[in-house]
Design a protein around this ligand. Structure first.
Ligand code: ATP
Ligand code: MG
Length: 392
């Protein structure tokens, strides 16, 4: 009997008109993720099937379970749609499985199959009871739920379903620019945006020598962890030192963070347009720090008309940490390296900044040319499977 990986799509059922687009995107994303494997992928409107050598099945599932848009994955036995063949196969599978109670569920997608789903489940149930001793039917809490999907040419027999991430296929919503610091929140924000189908590029602001190479490597490492969900990610590194020193020199300490973040938004907007991204994504969370009060957000956001997505805006820190642990970024995020937001940190950053005042402070120095310079000097790296882990 041939073993096959069967994929069930996620929320796509609600998106009838776009269905093909969504399915094709999942297909492309799977193909990209499995580029190094000898696989055959077949897609239709409701299912996708991957054939791969038996010994690589687990490995392949480990990769594709991180692909958004997939609801669940099963390892199925594939047999021709023929009543006797299905019966024999089910018996063989059941004999090799350890259980005492069971239930059979049939899904007859091929309506030309002569027996309806309920009748067929009963027939198969009876067959198991008759041929294998000490088995009992339990329709409510079966130890072994045997599923039979009858399709036109083939029938799929399986049991355990591996729950995948759901969401929308990566890239289907377009591209966004993620402001990625080394902290806990922004990688989580990136993951949540990706889950909505947004392909990401990342922008990181560093201030050498005030911030270290280790801090930059930590950000690269975080990007490489996100490669699980997007196999190739572009990271733009912006040297923020001159701007930051100018802010330190010219701006009242209480407004330094506000102005610094306005500069980050301005630079991000320019990079976003260069790279044809559609939205800015960041890890701001309401009330977490002085720069994330609603007034602060308003004054900072005022430099751009772009939509800004803040996926963790309304989550508690503990909820964000839970996701960071689940996606594997937490341990790296908590490594103790400075961020440019934390150097020169004023003792009393303003909690309710005033827009006019912020503009007035800014106009005391020529930030435009410093912004241009920072963008001209931007360094861009692509982080993908060739990324060599750096000790940080
Ligand atoms: P995080 O845990 O993601 O670092 P945070 O709680 O430390 O967030 P802030 O430092 O105020 O919060 O930053 C808010 C958001 O601004 C970050 O989540 C990130 O999206 C962006 N940001 C902050 N510092 C940088 C940086 N050096 N480079 C790029 N983006 C940054
Ligand atoms: Mg931070």
């Amino acid at each position: 009997m041939e073993k096959i990986i069967l994929i069930k799509y996620g929320e796509l059922t609600t998106k009838k008109a776009n269905r093909n687009l969504f399915v094709n995107k999942i297909y492309e994303n799977i193909k990209e993720s499995l580029a190094n494997y000898d696989v055959k992928i077949i897609k239709n409107r409701v299912r996708m099937f991957i054939s791969v050598k038996d010994e690589q099945i687990e490995e392949v599932i480990d990769i594709i379970k991180n692909i958004f848009g997939i609801h669940s994955i099963v390892i199925a036995y594939k047999v021709n749609t023929n009543i006797d063949l299905i019966k024999n196969s089910v018996l063989e599978i059941a004999k090799n499985t350890c259980f005492s109670t069971f239930k059979v569920e049939t899904d007859r997608a091929d309506k030309s199959f002569p027996i309806n789903s309920i009748e067929f489940s009963k027939e198969i149930g009876g067959l198991i009871l008759k041929n294998i001793s000490n088995k009992k039917v339990d329709v409510h809490h079966p130890e072994y739920l045997l599923k039979i999907e009858i399709r036109n040419d083939y029938t799929y027999i399986y049991s355990k379903e591996i729950k995948a991430l759901g969401g929308y296929p990566l890239g289907v919503a377009g591209k966004g620019l993620l402001m990625l610091s080394g902290g806990i929140d922004s990688p989580v924000a990136g993951y949540m945006a990706m889950k909505r189908g947004i392909k990401i590029e990342c922008i990181y602001f560093e201030s050498p020598p005030h911030t270290s190479v280790a801090a930059k490597n930590k950000v690269k490492e975080l990007v490489s962890i996100l490669n699980k969900y997007q196999p190739s990610i572009c990271l733009h590194i912006i040297n923020f030192t001159e701007l930051q020193e100018a802010i330190y020199k010219n701006i009242d300490p209480s407004y330094m963070i506000t102005i610094m973040r306005r500069m980050m938004y301005r630079i991000s907007e320019k990079v976003l347009k260069q790279r044809k991204c559609l939205v800015l994504i960041n890890g701001e969370s309401v009330g977490q720090v002085a720069s994330q009060t609603l007034t602060s957000m308003q004054v900072i956001n005022n430099v751009t008309n772009l939509p800004v997505i803040r996926p963790v805006a309304c989550l508690d820190k503990l909820e964000i940490i839970d996701i960071a642990k689940k996606i594997g970024t937490y341990e790296t995020s908590i490594l103790p390296y400075e961020d440019c937001c934390t150097i020169f940190l004023p003792k009393h950053p303003v909690i309710n900044p005033n827009l006019e005042k912020a503009i007035e402070y800014e106009n005391t120095f020529d930030y435009q040319s410093l912004i241009e310079k920072a963008i001209d000097n931007k360094e861009t790296v692509i982080i993908d499977k060739n990324y060599k882990k750096i000790d940080i």
